[in-house]
Write a protein that binds this ligand. Structure first.
Ligand code: GLY
Length: 302
């Protein structure tokens, strides 16, 4: 039976491996996508997700995450949550609630604590040093956010035909207290419908949310476009539109997977991503914007 998973950035390789094991063994799309994202969140080497994520300008790691079940359309999300090891698991817990399913700041952190989620100081010594150095460097300059682009976004399809999607990020380094990006926002950071497919985003949240790009890709797949065509025909026209009408555009990359296990991606910068399906071994790919609003994809590692 068909199964598949795709995730943003090469940092997701280990998570893709974990998710693949679950999906091969008839595990659920929900469990697989949570496991994938948790694997990235737990790795202190990744500076933009979970433990080891770089802090805001006040030296606090504030994370955004979301979870969506493509069968029921249930969604849960957290934003500016602090001191929790797995923000994605808090989002999944919230997806079981009809009311109060998207919580921010202290309310989100309190919910995680009361739900028995693992709490920890997310600011590693390495991230603290990097923050202090940045503060020092910019002492006499205007603080500027790093134009980061490293959210983990993932989509899974299980052998029962169910799909799920999830995201997790610590957002922009040196962001303002309480700044929230696209990652927890339904339709922007992620969207999935098991009868069609799913999409997830990474890049500059402030620009991604101007286009509701994940929803738009799923909508185009529902009209019959392949995941690659849906990504190309959503991302590149939007990038042109934003350049023309807003005057500038940040980094934007989208991944998609449909219910047949076919995948696609589009990006306006060099971008790595990971894939595994019942038809193809785990691989890390690199994508670049090509000519005529197409995407050039090459293999980085099998
Ligand atoms: N895409 C992640 C963020 O902007 O926070």
């Amino acid at each position: 039976m068909t199964w598949g998973t795709i995730a943003t950035w090469r940092m997701a390789a280990e998570g893709i491996n974990e998710a693949s094991k679950l999906l091969k063994g008839k595990g659920t799309a929900d469990d697989a996508v949570e496991k994938l994202v948790k694997t990235v969140e737990a790795n202190p080497l990744y500076k933009s997700v979970g433990y080891g994520g770089l802090p805001n300008e006040e030296g606090v790691v504030q994370m955004d995450a979301a979870f969506m079940d493509g069968d029921t359309m249930a969604q849960g999300a957290v934003a500016a949550i602090e001191n929790v090891l797995h923000a994605v698991s808090v989002a999944r817990l919230l997806s079981h609630q009809h009311y109060n399913s998207f919580r921010v700041g202290a309310g989100a952190t309190k919910f995680a604590q009361l739900s028995g989620c693992e709490m920890t100081n997310m600011l590693t010594a390495k991230a603290k040093t990097e923050w202090q150095e940045k503060l020092q460097k910019e002492k006499n300059e205007k603080m500027s956010s790093y134009n980061g682009h490293d959210t983990v976004g993932a989509i899974t399809l299980d052998q029962q035909g169910s799909m799920a999607a999830a995201t997790s990020t610590s957002g922009l380094f040196m962001k303002k207290d309480g700044r929230i990006g696209d990652s927890p926002l339904s339709g922007s950071g992620l969207y999935v419908d098991s009868e069609v497919g799913g999409a997830a985003a990474t890049g500059l949240g402030e620009d991604i949310m101007k286009g509701c790009l994940s929803y738009e890709i799923v909508r185009k797949m529902a009209e019959g476009l392949s995941p690659q065509a849906a990504c190309d025909q959503t991302v590149y026209p939007f990038v042109h539109k934003l350049k023309k009408r807003y005057g500038r555009v940040g980094e934007i990359s989208l991944i998609a997977l449909n219910k047949q296990g076919q995948w696609g991606i589009a990006t306006n910068v060099e971008f790595t991503f990971c894939v595994a399906t019942s038809n193809e071994e785990e691989k890390i790919f690199m994508a670049n914007p090509g000519v005529d609003d197409t995407t050039v994809i090459s293999t980085v590692r099998q």
